[in-house]
Design a protein around this ligand. Structure first.
Ligand code: B12
Length: 233
């Protein structure tokens, strides 16, 4: 084995090198290495949220760019997503461990025709960490799934995720159906996903578009406290 091919020992790298190596490992879809990297950063005292955003989301951004540019294809991106999920699985209980009091309930799901779930899962994790109860409907949800969950779960918030320009208009189908049934104003509707923006959120009648999971938490808290104040007053 030549010098370059020798196995890299992750624990011997400094933080910056390790994060760079994790970008490479995520790119290569190496789940075990990603899990090891996450554990090492945690052992070194990194906050779970920093591991998530700096190492995992940072790595996925690179994957996203190369997917867009036709350098990576679906099978490779699936492996990268799988590696990312391995890391997220370790972080999930830690992010949820903040002991925050229950502040509200959210039903969340990716819309019909769309199977991207990493962003949605991240939002769920961060919301749980902030004290929200989250009911996750998974991917590829037709309007009926959302309506059934709203009725049975009685959440404060409905969250919808879409990563494709072809599936994002489906959010409007869901909101329009809620309007038709006279239940739109009973819920706070938050939408998110890479191709969306604030203007789109307004145009389809959502309460807010959230750029990332941290903004989702802040926005959710704000709307829920506003709602409770209205009810009280
Ligand atoms: C991983 C990935 C995949 C994986 C998904 C694995 C999985 N389990 O999710 C696989 C390989 C399966 C895949 C498949 C496809 N993909 Co894809 N994929 C991606 C990629 C690289 C990363 C997405 C991701 O996970 N990002 C990381 C997370 C953390 O970010 P996020 O999803 O944006 O979420 C954050 C925010 O948006 C927000 N948020 C998200 N959801 C919500 C919801 C709420 C309520 C709130 C408040 C906030 C919020 O908070 C999140 C956390 O901060 C993107 C590239 C990109 N730039 O987004 C392409 C991308 C989305 N995919 C794309 C395409 C074209 C496809 C395919 C059609 C490819 C094909 N030819 O088959 C299929 C579609 C399958 C389908 N029907 O859904 C295109 C979409 C282009 C477009 N204009 O529509 C992109 C943009 C790549 C590109 N540039 O070409 N993909």
């Amino acid at each position: 084995m030549s010098e370059e091919e020798e196995d890299i020992i992750l624990s011997e790298l400094d933080d910056e090198e390790l994060v760079q190596q994790m970008f490479d490992d995520l790119y290569d879809g190496l789940k075990e290495e990603i899990e090891e990297g996450v554990n090492i950063l945690l052992e070194r005292g990194w906050q779970p949220y920093d591991v998530l955003t700096k190492a995992l989301v940072g790595g996925m951004t690179i994957v996203g760019a190369d997917f867009r540019d036709g350098i990576l294809f679906v099978p490779e991106v699936l492996l990268a997503a799988n590696a990312m999920k391995g890391g997220m699985f370790i972080l999930k209980p830690l992010l949820a461990e903040t002991g925050a009091p229950r502040v509200g309930k959210m039903v969340i799901g990716t819309v019909k025709g769309d199977i991207h779930d990493i962003g949605k899962n991240l939002v769920s994790m961060m919301m749980e960490g902030a004290g929200f109860e989250v009911v996750d409907l998974g991917i590829n949800n037709p309007v009926e799934n959302y309506l059934e969950a709203l009725e049975s779960e009685e959440p404060d918030i409905l969250g919808m995720s879409a990563l494709l320009t072809t599936t994002m208009p489906y959010m409007k189908v869901v909101i329009d159906t809620m309007v038709e049934q006279g239940i739109r104003d009973d819920y706070i509707v938050l939408v998110g996903g890479a191709p969306l923006n604030e203007e789109f959120g307004k145009a389809i009648g959502a309460d807010a578009y959230c750029r990332d999971a941290a903004v989702a938490v802040e926005t959710a808290k704000e709307f829920v406290s506003r709602k409770h104040n209205q009810l009280a007053g």
